[in-house]
Design a binder for this molecule. Structure first.
Ligand code: ZN
Ligand code: ZN
Length: 320
């Protein structure tokens, strides 16, 4: 069972995205790239190199439903006729568009994001929709944790690795401890923990960073020898990455805690202090990161949080 990485251009800040052809019966594509002419052409070129046509693809598996990973899923599926598309059920919020749902916007309002900023973020994500086709719920098959994707020779085990998004999944070939991890593992820096409604109770926030730490530890139990991420080069030393990520997360947490003044403040204010230069496009990511770290610090008993006129105000535990 050969895993063939194909790098595709994206119009996004993150740069090219990696998709993976599993060159084995049934022919499977993990992630698709964004819905752009450039990505589409690069994908076809990559497949041609393997003597594969889009119409030969039988299965399209999505690590998560961000535009750079899922954008071409529908058109490829249509071209491949009966190819099935698989994604984790918890990706609903993302694949149906971010910030279109009032509950999602409420989470931002509670974090202290001004209405005008929320509206700007919503418009930005509306613009992003052109890079991906949305699917109806019944058009997806469900990726279940611990399920096996079977091939004539070998299998990939589905590991639900939430954090970057609630429904992010990784795929483990246990025979040689190779992992395809989507945006759960990126060689350079930990991925952004996107602010998302909790799939179980959408009035709550998904505890993205706490879940992410569990996912990193879970992947570690497989003692990976090679990890293929969603962007950038593969990772050969997972242990080094694991420790580096934990250090980076702890350092960021300490910084976030230091940015909370005695009088208390909102996640939005913390995000502006962390990333004062951030332009419109990245303010959602900045507030996502602040919220994720504040939530984790709160759940670890390092900060207090209080509701004040509909907004969460984080506070130091002790005066001093
Ligand atoms: Zn992503
Ligand atoms: Zn990505």
């Amino acid at each position: 069972m050969r895993i063939v990485p194909i790098s595709l251009p994206t119009p996004f800040y993150i740069g090219p995205v990696n998709v993976y052809l599993i060159a084995e019966d049934p022919l499977t594509l993990i992630d698709t790239g964004p819905k752009t002419k450039e990505a589409n052409e690069a994908l076809r070129e990559g497949l041609r190199h393997e003597r594969v046509r889009v119409s030969d693809i039988r299965r399209i598996v999505l690590t998560h439903a961000h535009e750079d990973h899922c954008g071409l899923a529908r058109s490829l599926r249509d071209e491949a006729k009966d190819a099935e598309v698989l994604v984790h059920n918890w990706e609903t919020g993302h694949r149906m568009g971010r910030l279109e749902d009032a509950m999602h916007r409420d989470l931002l309002a509670r974090s202290g994001v001004p209405d005008s900023e929320i509206e700007a973020m919503r418009r930005m994500y509306e613009g992003m929709r052109r890079y991906a086709d949305s699917f109806e719920d019944h058009e997806y098959g469900e990726l279940r944790d611990e399920a096996e994707l079977e091939f004539t020779n070998g299998a990939l085990r589905v590991i639900h690795t939430p954090g970057h998004t609630p429904g992010s999944c990784s795929f483990v070939r246990e025979a040689d401890r190779t992992v395809i991890a989507g945006d759960c593992v990126l060689k350079r820096i930990p991925p952004n923990p996107f602010l998302s409604p909790d799939p179980i109770d959408p009035s709550k926030r998904f505890p993205s960073l706490a879940e992410y730490l569990v996912s990193l530890a879970r992947l570690r139990t497989f003692a990976p020898t090679l990890v293929h991420g969603g962007h950038g080069a593969p990772v050969n030393d997972y242990e080094e990455l694991f420790n580096r990520y934990l250090r980076a997360i702890r350092e960021r947490q300490a910084e976030v805690i230091r940015l909370v003044p005695k009088a208390g403040t909102s996640a939005w204010n913390v995000s502006r202090a962390m990333f004062p230069e951030t332009d419109d496009v990245h303010r959602f990511l900045a507030v996502s990161e602040a919220v994720a770290h504040l939530d984790l610090a709160h759940s670890e008993g390092k900060l207090a949080v209080e509701m004040s006129s509909g907004k969460e105000v984080y506070q130091q535990l002790f005066d001093g």
